[in-house]
Structure formats: structure tokens, C-alpha cells
Design a protein around this ligand. Structure first.
Ligand code: SAM
Length: 174
């Protein structure tokens, strides 16, 4: 299985906390190993780590990274950098090639992404060429990358597990 991590850029402290938290939670639920946050927002880190602790697994969040260094180091270690953008090539035309890579860093923006990112990325990929959201783009990208297998992921050492239920809410706490 291809390893994946997320690089969140353009996060604005007061406006994007909820969305950035959901980027991390979506990445965790759908198979990413962790998220690099190119901004200083310990509150986002605490929220995601709290969910990861209670619901299991080993998702990491690294606060306040330099996005340029993160991209460079990921590429130097043999990984492919995929920038999700409505202006990119169609995911359905490129995902097969991306899947052959050992690991992938998925960049998602908030407002305007610096132009340099387009040149540094190995792939600029669009999940449709229509404007929508980083959470939706990331979810579809990971589902395409993992071909639905991420839906069967297990999260070890969980304090709380949800029991699938036709009606109502059932959980097991350890
Ligand atoms: N106008 C902004 C720009 O210049 O990129 C759009 C920002 S959009 C609200 C936030 C992020 O969502 C983008 O940086 C991109 O990562 C993701 N996104 C939005 N639409 C997308 C699409 N069709 N395909 C892939 N990613 C998308």
C-alpha cells in the first residue's frame, strides 16, 4: 500500500481551524500517516491528536513546518509530491501512475496557493476541474489512491471503537 501524508498550506489561524482539523481527520480516517501543518496552530494539533488517541492508530501532526523544506525533504527521500488543485491534470488520468510510487505527499491549500508550489510539485492533480474544497479533494484523492481498501482500515489501540449499527449509536470503550 502506498504511504501517504498531507501538507496543509495557507492555513489562517482564526478562519481555517475547523477546516484544517477536518483535513487532518479525513486524512487519518482514509489512510494517511500524518499531516504537516505549514502554520503555527497548536490548537489544531491538539484536536487531531485527541481524536487519534481516543480512536486509535498512529496518525501524526507536525506543527509549524516550512512547506518548502517539507516538499524538498519528501522528494529527497524518494516520495512523490501531489498538489491538489482544480487547475491540474485529471485524477482519473494520473492516479495509476501515482499509485506506483512508494509514498506520496498530498498538498492541499486554503486560500491562494503560492505559484511556486505548482512548479515544485511532481503532479498537479484535479479532482474535477471545478472549484470545491480541500476536504472533498483529499477524500476523493485518497479513495482513488487506495481503491476503496482504506474503508477496511483497522485502528489499533483505540480507547473507543464504534460498533456499526443500523439505528442509534453503539460504542465500546476500553
Ligand atoms: N482559489 C483558490 C486557489 O487559487 O487555489 C482555491 C482554494 S480552495 C477553497 C482550497 C483548496 O481546495 C485548494 O488549494 C485545493 O487544494 C483544493 N481544491 C479545490 N478544488 C479542487 C479541485 N477541483 N481539485 C483538487 N483540489 C481542489
Amino acid at each position: 500500500m502506498v504511504r501517504s501524508a498531507i501538507l496543509r498550506i495557507g492555513h489562517r489561524h482564526d478562519r481555517d481551524q475547523r477546516v484544517t482539523t477536518h483535513v487532518g481527520l479525513t486524512g487519518r480516517a482514509l489512510g494517511a500517516d500524518g499531516m504537516y501543518l505549514a502554520a503555527d496552530d497548536p490548537g489544531v494539533v491538539t484536536s487531531i491528536e485527541g481524536v487519534a488517541r481516543r480512536f486509535g492508530g498512529s496518525f501524526f501532526v507536525q506543527n509549524n513546518v516550512s512547506w518548502k523544506r517539507c516538499i524538498r525533504e519528501f522528494q529527497e527521500s524518494g516520495g512523490a509530491v501531489v498538489h491538489l488543485t482544480m487547475y491540474g491534470l485529471r485524477i482519473q488520468d494520473k492516479i495509476g501512475e501515482i499509485r506506483t510510487r512508494e509514498k506520496v505527499l498530498v498538498i492541499v491549500g486554503a486560500e491562494k496557493v503560492p505559484g511556486e508550489v505548482y512548479g515544485l510539485a511532481d503532479y498537479n492533480i484535479a479532482v474535477t476541474n471545478q472549484p470545491h474544497s480541500e476536504i472533498a479533494g483529499l477524500a476523493v484523492f485518497l479513495d482513488q489512491l487506495y481503491e476503496g481498501k482504506e474503508l477496511d482500515l483497522e485502528f489499533p489501540d483505540a480507547e473507543i471503537s464504534v460498533v456499526p449499527c443500523e439505528c442509534g449509536k453503539e460504542m465500546v470503550e476500553r
